[in-house]
Design a protein around this ligand. Structure first.
Ligand code: S3P
Length: 437
């Protein structure tokens, strides 16, 4: 458990590039592993979560190798996944677990899913319910958690399912099960969530249509599908860029360009919220990479003002709240957030973990059932931690958010365990020292 004290490093300047998008990286491996022929992926995020997906797909028959800067995947074809001979170790990754449960659900194979202490607490009932209706059989640990053994159904039965929680993982699990299910599987999304599965499945040649009906998104996938190998270029991850965006906004003298940031509207909520708080974030050279909108972002130190965050934006920035709370702690006035119950079931309970961590660093935070209320310093540095370090609870985003808080602190912020950063952003520490050199 490497602890680390993050202290103020001076202005963030120059240009940097964050690693590839985690959601798109997972999907490029999974879909490549289902296409017959060779899929090539560049810009893949080589974090532990994505490597867990790659290892699981290898165990189910795909060949996945790195050649130079490019990953090459030889898939087995939809319907031809092999039964894994040993448990699929999902590490810390909820996305790998839930999406792969979807894939297994419509293959006639048995698979066991295991994970670390954080993942083993997270609810899987949200995918077990719809996938059971499609015919899959589950034996889960108490409360519908890992370790879990499942047997897929062959053939699985197509369903129409209205998502009870706004979750791209649940949506994607059902769509992936639908790939090998004869007939039309339908998912209804009352609130839109990230749409990478839809965009990429279409790109890989699946028959998938999206229609808006009475304000809801209706997504239909036709099985059994044939996926065609693709060349995928993965754009930079906006959720990783978020740490550098906030770091530059709250550090005096900063003027930083973050290149190649994915700006899919279902992911870009944080940028608008920070602009509403007074953040100077400019988009340069808007373009398309791998079917996704991207731009270079120029971010300058800004005086931020607290706001009331509209809960409707939550799905488009669901992973960015921990670092938004840090921005709020340095703003002038009060920031109120609500409608964030989902944050309690991420890699950690992010409402209570961030309330505890920011309080320890000297911020004024009130924890509510579904959000935090944060009274900012008006730009003055946070006191920082002395004595006890903040606890990351095996959550990469708590570790990186509190690293950013350390940059804007008088005495520094000590984080108890930086190892979870490897799950999504292996070169975070290097980029941080480069940008402030
Ligand atoms: C993800 C969906 C989100 C997000 C996670 C990645 C995905 O989870 O928090 O980091 O790639 O589909 P939920 O679907 O649970 O909201």
């Amino acid at each position: 458990m490497p602890a680390h004290r993050f202290t103020s490093l001076g202005p963030l300047t120059g240009r940097l590039r964050v690693p590839g998008d985690k959601s798109i990286s997972h999907r490029s491996i999974m879909f490549g592993a289902l296409a017959v022929g060779e899929t090539r992926v560049s810009g893949l995020l080589e974090g532990e979560d994505v490597m867990a997906t790659a290892e699981a797909m290898r165990k189910m028959g795909a060949s996945i190798e790195k050649h130079g800067d490019e990953w090459r995947i030889h898939g087995v074809g939809v319907g031809s996944l092999l039964e894994p001979e040993s448990p699929l170790d999902m590490g810390n990754s909820g996305t790998s677990t839930r999406l792969l449960m979807g894939l297994v659900a419509s293959h006639g194979i048995t698979a066991q899913f295991v994970g670390d202490a954080s993942l083993s607490k997270r609810p899987m009932g949200r995918v077990i319910d719809p996938l059971s209706t499609m015919g899959a059989h589950f034996e889960a640990s108490e409360g519908g958690t890992l370790p879990l053994t499942m047997r897929g159904a062959l053939p699985a039965v197509p369903i129409t399912y209205r998502l009870p929680v706004a979750s791209a993982q649940v949506k994607s699990a059902i769509l992936l099960a639908g790939l090998n299910t004869p007939g039309v599987t339908t998912v209804i999304e009352p609130v839109p969530t990230r749409d990478h599965s839809e965009r990429m499945l279409r790109g890989f040649g699946a028959e998938l249509e999206v229609e808006e009906v009475d304000g809801e998104r209706v997504i239909r996938i036709c099985g059994e599908a044939d996926l065609k190998p693709q060349n995928v270029v993965v754009p930079g991850d906006p959720s990783s860029a978020a740490f550098f965006i906030v770091a530059a906004l709250i550090t005096e003298g900063s003027d930083l360009i973050i290149e190649n940031v994915g700006l899919n509207p279902t992911r870009a909520g944080l940028i608008q919220v920070l602009r509403d708080m007074g953040g100077q974030i400019e988009e340069l050279d808007r373009r398309e990479v791998g079917g996704e909108p991207v731009a270079d972002l120029r971010v300058r130190h800004s005086a931020l003002t607290g706001i009331e965050v509209d809960p409707a934006v939550a799905p488009s920035m669901i992973d960015e709240f921990p670092v938004l709370f840090v921005a709020a702690a340095l703003a002038n006035g009060t920031t109120t957030t609500s409608g964030l119950d989902e944050l309690r079931v991420k890699e950690s309970d992010r409402l209570s973990a961030m309330a505890a961590a920011l309080t320890l660093a000297g911020a004024r935070v009130e924890e509510r059932g579904d959000g935090l209320i944060i009274h900012g310093t008006g730009g003055a540095p946070l006191p920082g931690t002395s004595g006890e370090p903040v606890t990351t609870h095996l959550d990469h985003r708590i570790a990186m958010s509190m690293a950013v808080a350390g940059l804007a602190s008088r005495d520094g912020v000590e984080v108890d365990d930086t190892s979870p950063i490897q799950t999504s952003f292996p070169n975070f520490m290097d980029l941080l020292s480069e940008a402030s050199a």
